[in-house]
Design a protein. Sequence first.
Length: 150
Amino acid sequence: MKTFPKILNRLYRVVSELEILFPGRPFTPDGHMLGSIGESLAQHYYGVNLYRPSKKGEDGQAACGPVEVKITQRESVALRCKPKTLLVFKLFKSGAFEEVYNGQGSRVWATVNKKKTPSNGQYQIRLNTLRRLMKDVSEHEKVKMIRPHP
């Protein structure tokens, strides 16, 4: 597992090389790959025991209970339902990541659920809103980090 951060960094170096070779073509990892990267970050750095892929509203189990993991390379994430605990990451092209939100899902759900239900069923929430909500999170409600990230 010590090689995980190095592999992630290598992946983003390859993405950069492809984008140089083919200007104007994005090679951004997304979809299932990005989701799996987020879940792997949760497992590696936070000790989350992952469930099978695509379980609605829960990606794994931590000491605090079920955890939903979201990751983005942009400025928002989407939620379909209220998670018990929510862990949100922003992933950078270097392979480094930022923990944007780590706490009770009900706080976030109360913010997005005020809106009209989107046609695709996914409520969007901006990272800046999550950062603001994170200021109200107490230490006891967070998923505890088991190893520091670079």
